[in-house]
Design a protein around this ligand. Sequence first.
Ligand code: UD1
Length: 430
Amino acid sequence: MRQYAVRGGSPLVGEVEIGGAKNAALGILAAAIMADETVEIENVPDLSDITVMLDAIKAMGAYVEKVDRHTVRINGSTVHTTTLDTEAIKTIRGSYYFVGALLGKYNNAKVSLPGGCSIGSRPVDQHLKGFRALGAKADIAEACIVCEAEKLIGSHIFLDVVSVGATINLMLASVMAEGQTYIENAAKEPHVVDVANFLNSMGASIKGAGTDVIRIRGVEKLHATHYTIIPDQIEAGTFMMAAAATKGDVLIKNVIPKHLESISSKLLEIGCEIEEFDDSVRVVAAKPFRHTQVKTLPYPGFPTDMQPQIVVALGLAEGTSIVTESIFENRFKYVDELVRIGANIRVEGNTAIIEGVKKYTGSKIMAPDLRAGAALIVAGLAAEGVTVIGDIHYVERGYEDFPEKLRSLGAQIEVVENELELQKFRLRVG
Ligand code: UD1
């Protein structure tokens, strides 16, 4: 079984380059099939979720060419099916964007219900409500989302909850609908804006992405484009937390500092120094951390996908910190693992009460999901001794070259396949 072996206790120091945003790429790749001309997309992260998306696009009959590791060309003119129910597609969350894209282009879609991390109930009722408002029949049948319409007609959609997935899906479905669509109470995350910018570059007319109300004027068709995906806010934030938790000094390059403000401001609050440049952020953690309070919120609030990482840092702060998770109800499963390496954290409902400890001590722990897995690696880097993290396939879904990037900052981390390799690692790192 593949595991990460980490010898912690040394500060991370140096520079690291952030890749393209996974969650933007998932929406953009689905959107790409909506044009009957070739679109070229750069800065596509090389991750297993992205490979699943690209394989699904091929399986539908579209032309897919990997130009290099991070550039892909897609042409949707040869799509021959609107049904997508492969085993692989069931494992990822972003699969639901094919519903919006196929329905928007062909008035028809049947796609397996999405998988992804088990961090809460993750319903799709808001997606279905929006598709219905556009005039489609939309239901769940045979573990698939099934939608069809005579034609789609622009509508006024008020989302009951702020949902990234529903906002992107409804942009996709309405981009070629007849007339105007308004999505109210829309999500404002940077990847929502990136998908809108991508669609606009293909000739769509989407205004207001990044605000509460998105206005879409339907166009007849979408055309070729060349587009570069934004940097990944969460990968950047994870490296910021890794710099902080290891008392390091790291320049995180190729980021949009504005997207990181909620993270930067919390790190400042607990005693880190943050320097912002045009497209990079430096985190220096020289002083002991102060305790604080964090509540996850939709953008521009503190991201739920950074909640486990900040808990790891606060576990080493002086005093009692409180972290409230307000987006997903089941996102503290990793706390038991953190406690194994010496954290003092109590979870009550959607709140973690963290009594700071002086240090973590290496042990064997398991990644319960993608972001928590990354957070546990950060904890291992901060811990004394060797930490072994299992179920790393979760982490590989969202972080390209994670061990390599960490090693470039001085971390001692390796993928080990078995007990013998682990013993060798232990001997090597002392
Ligand atoms: C996306 C991200 C995920 C991130 C999350 C919140 C992808 C592939 N995943 O997930 O990494 O943690 O945004 O930033 O981009 N909800 C409903 N009904 C719906 C849809 C959502 O009640 O139809 C609820 C959810 O249960 C949750 C909240 O709305 O409580 C936000 O979910 P949403 O923003 O939709 O998350 P995802 O798009 O699944």
